[in-house]
Design a binder for this molecule. Sequence first.
Ligand code: NAI
Length: 720
Amino acid sequence: MNQRILRQCGNDGLRVWTLARVDGKPNLIDETFLEELEDALASIGKDPVAKGLLIRSSHPSVFLAGADLSQLSRKSSSDLDGLLSRGQDAFAHLAKLSIPTACAIEGACLGGGYEMALACDYRVLSDSAKAVIGLPETSLGLLPGWGGCFRLPRLVGLFRALTIVVSGKPFRPAKARKLGMVDEIVPGELVEPAAKEWLARGKRSPGEFFFTNLWPVARFVSWRASREVLARTRGNYPAPLAAIKVLRKATFAHFDEAMSLERRAFAGLAKTAAARNLVSYFFLRERAKKVDYSFKSKRLPEIRRVHVIGAGVMGGGIAQWVASRGIDVVLSDLSPDALSDGLRTVDRLLGKARARGILSAVDARAAMDRITPVSKAVPLREGDLVIEAIVERIGAKRSLFADLEKRSEYDMPFASNTSALSIDSMSVAMTDRGRLGGLHFFNPVHRMELVEVIRGPHTDPAVVESLLGFVRRIGKRAILCKDSPGFLVNRILVPYLVEAAELWAEGWSADKIDEAMLDFGMPMGPMRLIDEIGLDVAAHVANELKFRLSHLGSPPDLLERMVGQGLLGRKSGNGFYFYKGKNRHNPVLNHELNSLRHKTKTSSKKEKKGKEEIIDRMILVMANEAARCLEEGVVDTPEDVDFGMIAGAGWAPFRGGPLRHADSQGLSQIVTRMERLSRKDGNRFRPCGLLLDLARHGECFYPNRGVVSKSHPATTERTK
Ligand code: NAI
C-alpha cells in the first residue's frame, strides 16, 4: 500500500488531506489511491463539523501526476472500464460534497491529477518553476477519462478546453491562469493560506457564461479544431480528434451521459496502435532518465564546473543549458568574436526561457552570471568536466585533448561533442586515453532532450558513469552508445537521407518524397532536412560514413554537382527548395534543378504506388541500419534504438520507433521486401544478419509483445 492520503482535522472545521507515498515517490492515481480516496470521501461525508476541505501534497515537486500508466496499460478492456468508472464516481463524489473544497498545488498536477483538481471548487497554484498543470492524455494517444471532458468546458469554455486538451501540453503558472485553469497564482509559501481564503468564500457559484458553449458556436470551434489537427497530424493521431468530439458533446450532455461518452472513447483509443506506441514511448523516456553504469571500484568527484570549449552553435547552447541547471560554466573560444557571439546566443536563449515562463528573471540572470567567458586557457581543478565543441576536425580535437591532459593534474572526465568522429582516434595523443568519452548533444540543445553518451574502447567506466550522471543531473535523457561511426542517431539517419537523395536522383520530385514521409509521420521531409543541414555538410557526413561502413549507399553524384554549383540548401538560399525573398519562411520547390536530372517520375496515375514505394524504401533502409546497430552492439537494446530515433531524429513516435515498427510489419515480410529491393537496387537493402536470423526463427525485436523492459542492461553492475 504505497499511495496514501493522510487526513488531518483542525478545530476550525478545516479538513486537510495530504497526498503522500510511503516510498516518497511522486503521487500517482492507482487503485490504492482510489481506494484511499473513496474511504476519505465516505468519512468526510459523515463528518458533521467539517467546514471545508484542503487537498495538498507532501511531495516537493509533484502534486498529483495522473494515472499510473504501468497499471493502466496492463488492464483488459473491461477492467479499464471499471477503473474509469471508479475514478469518475470518486471525483463526482468529491464534486458533490456539501463543503467547499480547494487544491493547494505546488509542483506538477497533470492528467487525472488535474481532473481531480477540477472536481474541487478552487485551485491555487504556486508560481514555482516546478509548477505545471495540464491534461497530457492526447499526447499518449488517449483522452481525459475521469470527468475532465465534462468539467473543463464548464470552467474555461469549450474553446480554451479544446486548446488545453488537444495540445496535451503542460502549462506553466502564468499561462494556466490566463487559460482559467486555476483561480490564483501565489508564491509557494502562500499556496495554502491562499487556498484557505478561497475556502472561506463557501461553495463556488455557478459557472461563467461562455459564448463558445452555445451550440452553433461550439460546432464551429470544434470543426475548426478538427481541421487544424488533421492538417497538422495528417490523420495519424486519432486521440485529439476523438477528444474534440467528446469535449463538444460533453459540453451539452448530462453528467452520466458525458461520463459514458468519455469511457467509450477512452476504451476505443486505448486499443489503437498509436496509443500503445505513445504509451511505450512514455516508458522509454522514463527509462532514459535512469540510465547509469554502476561501477564500484572507482568513482569520480561530482561535477561542479563545466568547461565548454568552442562557443559556436553547440557550445553556446550547451553553456546556456548547463548554467540554467545551476552548474558553473567556463566558456572559451579561440576567436574573441565567436566568444561574444556565443554569449549573445546564451543571452537570447535565456531571454526566450524567461519569456516562456520556464525561468524567472532572477534565475535567468543567475544562469548568465554562472558563465565565465575566457579567451585563454584557465587552470583545471578537481570536480571539473570538459566538453569540447570545436570544429569537426580530428587533428584539432586530438591536439586539444592532448593539451588539456597536460594541464590537468586531477582525474577529471573529458568529453567531445563530435557528431561522428571516433572518440578512440581523438584520444591517440593522450597518455591516459580512459579519460575521454563523448557527450553528443543535439541541435538545438535547449529543445532536444537526447544526449548520446559515447563509450570508446579505452574510456574508463568511471568516466562513463560520471558522464551519465551529469546527463541525468542536467535533466537530459541518455542512451549509451559504442564509439562507432555516426553513433546511433546519425548512423541511422544518414542512410535515410542518402536514400531520399537517391530517389530524387532517380526522378521523384523533392516535394513528393517529403510529402510521403510527412504522411508517414516524420516531423520534416528528408529533402527539407538535407536543405536545413546543408547539402555540403550532408554529403560530407554521408561520404565519411560510407568510407567507414562499406555496406552503406553512396550519396548520388548529383548531390556533389549541386554542391559544386553552390546549391547548399537554406544557407545559400537554394537547394532542393528555394528560400530567398518572400520564400524565406515558406520555401517553394526549386524547379531549376530539373535540368540537372535526365528523368522525372511524377505521373499522377502512379502517385499512390509511388508514395508507397518511397515510404517502403526509406523505412526499410532505416530498419536495416537500426537492426545492424543492435547487431554490432552500438547500443544494447531495441528500446535504446527506438528511443534514440524518436528523441534524436523525431522518428514518428506514434509508430513506436524503427524496430517496433518493423515488428508490427512482421520481420519475415520486411526481409522479403528487402531481398526484393536488394536484387533491384543494390547492396544497401540486403538484410543484416540479425534481421535474417529473427525472421528465420519467427522472432521479433520485442518478444514480450512490445513491453518496454524496465531495467537497462547498462544498469547491471560492471567491474573493470
Ligand atoms: P561552430 O563552427 O559553430 O563552432 C565551433 C567553434 O569552435 C568556433 O567558434 C571556433 O572558433 C571554435 N574553435 C575552433 N577551434 C578551437 C579551439 N582549438 N579552441 C577553442 N575554440 C575553438 O561548430 P558547431 O556547429 O557548434 O559544432 C561544434 C561541434 O559539435 C562539432 O564537433 C560538431 O560536429 C558537433 N555537433 C554539431 C551539431 C550541429 O548541429 N551544429 C550537432 C551536434 C554536434
